[in-house]
Design a protein around this ligand. Structure first.
Ligand code: NAD
Length: 478
């Protein structure tokens, strides 16, 4: 079995223990064994990053551009191979895996361009004979902690801006998907980055993640994952005043109004609720449907769901791959059972299914007769499970859409300009989609949410610099 080491201070380093990376479409397929760092390795990575920051923070724009561009080019050139690994270790379909890999390459190339466009401002002072200059400077050592559900795109949208603006990086990927993280590190290891400017430290969040959040040498933490882990990171970093950016869960609504184009609404719901096995923070898990279209919409959803093929991620005919692991499958099942107990009606699916290989497969589930108060409509399931909440009109739909602690994405399907415009203004979410699935975003514009979904400044696009830099104002006597 091939073993994959950590990458610390420009060196590949084995660890005292290794953990298997298991294919959720076929649990007999072990992709490799991946190093599990201990506290000592994390300390080495922090020290190396601290030292490398001195060099990398003074690197020129061309050098930063070239490093990021080279990473982006190699990811794009190897999209089939990396996309296949992604589908194999995470369980999204091959097409989705390749699509996510392409996105990662595009993100590196976007920030390669941004490296050439960093600028500042020059202003006359209010005092005669004084000039004011405002520039952005890198922060220092940045700890990046990522979840398993986008194993290459999320690391890319953190690593690329961190390096672009001159920071040193310690990257801790999710335990379930170290494969893409390792490939990314291998690509980065062959660029002209100084040793220590990028470190890959794989291992359990409770050990290496926690050490990273507690170390005073780590200036900032960018985290994507669950609300509970995000909040514990916030507490751990509050005392020392570290800069923190948290992207967490979602309970995203998709509103379907009477005047919606039925095909558009069904396409948005099927894609937004079930693609990538529903394991997207932007998935539409609450479908809020007005009376006049409710029965037609549910019937059309049942018909479409019946056509979806559930199966192995690498089978090209598969529409929905497996759930990521046994724990997540059990969590999905618990929410389904609880919804049934609380009075919901299963309109489709919900059961575990067997395929040719041992894996974590389930039929996507659609509930009807649900109310906003039910557990399933308040908590994130993070699986191919969606509910329909029936409402009388647009006003009630908007109120229900906003009746959640989360605020990542919100969608509406309507042909009414008035309602679409009103929804864009009044949905309490960081991202709003009109006649589009709630999941699926661009990489050159800000990404993030409100309320319990996010904390700190936005990720992606030019807005990323808000987190990865600090502003300096200089005054000079002319
Ligand atoms: P998770 O919170 O369990 O783990 C995320 C990361 O945190 C992992 O790398 C894990 O090892 C690490 N970690 C765990 N405990 C830690 C600790 N005490 N200190 C430091 N790090 C620690 O989340 P997950 O199960 O990997 O991902 C699923 C969650 O991620 C869902 O809630 C989903 O909504 C969310 N998510 C959010 C976004 C977004 O942008 N808002 C995107 C994707 C996923």
């Amino acid at each position: 079995m091939q073993r994959y080491d950590n990458y610390i201070n420009g060196q590949w380093q084995a660890a005292a223990s290794f953990a298997p990376n298991i294919n959720p479409s076929d649990t007999s397929d072990v992709i490799g064994e991946y190093a599990q760092a201990d506290a000592e390795q994390m300390k080495q990575a922090i020290a190396a990053a601290k030292a490398a920051f001195k060099t990398w923070s003074r690197s020129g724009a061309q050098q930063r551009h070239d490093v990021l561009d080279a990473i982006g080019n190699e990811i794009l050139a190897r999209k089939e191979e990396i996309g296949t690994l992604l589908a194999r270790e995470e369980g999204k379909t091959l097409a989705e895996g390749i699509g996510e890999t392409v996105r990662a390459g595009q993100i590196f190339k976007f920030f390669a361009g941004e490296a050439l466009r960093t600028g500042g401002e020059w202003l006359p002072s209010v005092r005669p004979g004084v000039e004011v200059e405002i520039i952005r400077e890198p922060l220092g050592v940045i700890g990046l902690i990522t979840p398993w559900n986008f194993p290459i795109a999320i690391p890319a949208w953190k690593i690329a801006p961190a390096l672009c603006y001159g920071n040193a990086v310690i990257f801790k990927p999710a335990e379930l998907t170290p494969g893409c993280a390792w490939v990314l590190a291998e690509i980065i290891s062959r660029t002209a980055l100084p040793p220590g400017a990028f470190n890959l430290v794989m291992g359990p969040g409770s050990v290496v993640g926690q050490l990273m959040t507690q170390s005073p040498a780590v200036t900032a933490i960018s985290f994507t994952g669950s609300v509970s882990t995000g909040r514990s990171i916030l507490q751990a970093t509050a005392e020392r005043g570290a800069k923190v950016q948290l992207e967490m869960g979602g309970k995203n609504p998709l509103v379907v109004l009477d005047d919606a184009d039925l095909d558009v609404a069904v396409n948005c719901a099927i894609n937004g609720s079930y693609y990538s096995t529903g394991q997207r923070c932007t998935a539409s898990s609450r479908i809020i449907v007005t009376d006049g279209i409710h029965d037609r919409f549910v019937a059309a959803m049942q018909a479409r769901l019946a056509t979806l093929k559930i199966g192995q991620a690498l089978d090209k005919s598969t529409d929905i791959g497996p759930v990521v692991d046994q724990r997540q499958l059990e969590q999905n099942q618990r929410y389904i059972d609880q919804c049934l107990q609380e009075g919901g009606t299963l309109a489709f699916g919900g059961e575990s299914i067997r395929c040719e290989t041992p894996g974590f497969f389930m039929q996507p589930a659609l509930f009807v007769d649900t109310t906003p108060e039910m557990t399933i409509n308040r908590e994130e399931v993070f699986g191919p499970v969606a509910t329909v909440i029936r409402v009388k009109d647009y006003d009630e739909a908007l109120a229900v859409a906003n009746a959640t602690e989360m605020g990542l994405a919100a969608g509406i399907c309507t042909t009414s300009l008035k309602h679409a415009t009103h929804f864009k203004r009044h949905a309490e979410a960081g991202m709003v989609m009109v006649n589009l699935p709630t999941a699926g975003v661009d990489y050159h514009v800000p990404f993030g949410g409100r309320k319990a979904s996010s904390y700190g400044s936005r990720e992606q696009g030019r807005y990323a610099q808000e987190f990865y830099t600090t502003v300096k104002t200089s005054y000079q006597s002319a």
